[in-house]
Design a protein. Structure first.
Length: 68
């Protein structure tokens, strides 16, 4: 599976980010980049079971609040 980063910015300023095809904690590396690009901070994380797998598909959904 290819690696994907899906970013949604809602009308209320909340940024949602979801990774697909990125293994385990490696998706955490992308959070810093997303925070910098959107001038936001992570306020909530939701991990799917794939987050805990070593070499399989990983999906991590992040909610960031632009109004930190």
């Amino acid at each position: 599976m290819s690696k994907k980063l899906i970013i949604k910015i809602r009308k209320d300023g909340v940024v949602e980010a979801e990774t697909k095809g990125i293994k385990g904690q490696k998706c955490e590396d992308y959070l810093k980049i997303i925070e910098e690009l959107t001038d936001s901070k992570v306020v909530k994380k939701e991990y799917t079971p794939e987050y805990y797998e070593k070499e399989m598909n990983t999906q991590n959904k992040e909610f960031l609040n632009k109004n930190y």
